[in-house]
Write a protein that binds this ligand. Structure first.
Ligand SMILES: *Cc1c(COP(=O)(O)O)cnc(C)c1O
Length: 471
């Protein structure tokens, strides 16, 4: 399997190179040259397999010969061994044809564990083979940092530095990042907000000398391997509900679109996905784009579903590349115009294709509270986290509007455990959510983090003085 850049100006690479590079040299994102296909029989054969075996079958074509089957098999079994549910991604029925796919049984209780646990093993193995080390630097508004630290802690060839906005993540999120004791884990609490963290991260990567010196690597969802790690659960859910003989629709609480793009890939591979629904909070750039055909940023607003408080969706570029028929020249112009003006027009052809497969809806904080309350009061007494609640609210809109037929199963992805966002859940239901053992255990443990000013030189010096690449 070969990967090309969406902007068309970088050499074609294999899986391992795409994994280690993250972003292509021309500023584009890596995408496969063509989509691997799974026949109806192959899809039927996935039904009922243990999760890591199903994942092996789905992921193998993307990896090609860069990792052997037995290596990949071991990594996958290992990646999901720390999950706290035998099914790994259990499907819960809420109504006759409405389901929740629980993706929060990993060690940090959010869906990001699925891809991050695999990514860390792939990277460590690739670096080891080449006798290299790397320095991971990431910025987080909460969930990505915890998942990355949990996945990379204690790995020989990698140091991980995570920037989070000082005093602006939840206690649960902070403790997940700051309680691991391994020496390759470094937390930087930046005096600023999440945007400051992201700007600083970009500045570090744009300093090419520093980037080479520290062998910087990225772990956010522009890294193709993150997407790959999220494709299998679409196959698991759809085959459980009757694929390949029956279509399934998915509703995905979205920010950077990495999660739902994996669903798009599953469909490209032959999975009968009937509809892909983008669910957003009031940071609704994607819902607006689907309605109007114009991609236009506004200022991000803080909500009860903070992991979706995103205005510019990095994986939208991958989707546009596909919808435009791999037209790199057009895409490059579009992205440049957007970068310059904060707005750009999809054009009729691309907009039409976008609307054909996708639908979108939004839910504000009041609506989210209402959904958490209603679902809790429903028959099963189900407790949804605020991100999942946005998904469930939008899923209900889709049924009402006839965007998803009543006869089609509709699966809402549950992206986080309610205990990660206890305040919003308690406000809605009047009681705090159940606390899993893993969260209780972290309370009262010593925490390690360094508070640094929002200053490039200071942060760069801090990382330089600790990265083992330089020793
Ligand atoms: C990251 C995250 C999302 C958004 O996922 P994208 O892949 O960025 O669209 C939604 N919910 C939770 C809980 C998350 O952590």
């Amino acid at each position: 399997m070969k990967y090309q850049s969406t902007r068309g100006g970088a050499p074609v690479v294999g899986f391992e190179q795409a994994l280690l590079a993250g972003l292509a040299k021309d500023g584009g994102l890596y995408v496969p040259q063509d989509w691997p296909q799974m026949s109806r029989d192959e899809i039927a054969g996935l039904a009922g397999l243990p999760y890591s075996e199903l994942a092996l079958k789905v992921i193998t074509p993307f990896v090609g010969a860069d990792f052997s089957q037995s290596e990949l098999q071991t990594m996958l079994a290992d990646a999901y061994s720390g999950f706290n549910h035998k099914a790994i991604a259990p499907l819960v029925q809420l109504d006759s044809n409405d389901f929740v796919l629980e993706l929060f049984h990993g060690p940090t209780l959010a869906f990001k564990d699925f891809a991050m646990q695999l990514l860390a093993r792939l990277m460590d193995r690739a670096l080891e083979r080449h006798g290299r080390r790397a320095t991971i630097v990431g910025a987080t508004s909460g969930d990505t940092g915890g998942a990355a630290i949990e996945a990379f802690r204690g790995r020989d060839n990698i140091d991980v530095f995570i920037l989070h906005p000082h005093n602006r993540v939840t206690d649960v999120q902070r403790r997940q990042m700051t309680t691991p004791v391994e020496e390759n884990v470094h937390n930087i609490a930046l005096e600023g907000d999440f945007d400051d963290c992201q700007h600083l991260l970009k500045a570090l990567f744009n300093d090419h000398e520093l980037r080479d010196e520290l062998q910087l690597a990225g772990v956010n969802s522009i890294n193709w391997a993150r997407i790959v790690g999220q494709i299998p659960y679409y196959f698991a859910a759809a085959t459980a509900l009757g694929a390949p003989h029956r279509e399934t629709a998915f509703c995905v609480p979205s920010g950077n679109l990495g999660d739902i793009f994996a669903g798009f890939v599953a469909r490209k591979m032959g999975l009968p996905v009937g509809r892909l629904v983008i669910a957003t909070n009031v940071n609704d750039i994607l819902a607006r784009t689907l309605e109007t055909g114009r991609y236009e940023t506004r200022d991000a607003v803080a909500t009860d579903s903070p992991s979706m408080d995103i205005q510019v969706s990095s994986n939208f570029e991958r989707l546009l590349y596909e919808l435009s028929g791999h037209d790199s020249a057009w895409l490059k112009g579009f992205m440049e115009e957007f970068a310059q003006n904060g707005t750009a027009e999809l054009g009729e052809g691309v907009h039409k294709k976008f609307r054909k497969l996708f639908a979108a809806g939004r839910l504000d904080d009041d609506g989210t509270q209402e959904v958490i309350r209603q679902v809790r009061q429903g028959g099963g007494g189900y407790v949804a986290d605020p991100h999942t609640a946005v998904g469930l609210g939008v899923a209900a809109q889709m049924r009402e509007q006839g965007e998803v037929a009543a006869s089609m199963p509709l699966v809402t992805l549950s992206t986080a455990h309610p205990a990660k966002f206890p305040d919003a859940v308690e406000r809605a239901t009047g009681e705090p959510p159940f606390q899993p053992e893993i969260i209780v255990a972290q309370k009262g443990l010593p925490e390690r983090f360094e508070v640094l000013a929002n200053d490039f030189e200071q942060v760069a010096a801090h990382i330089r003085s600790r990265a083992r690449v330089l020793t």
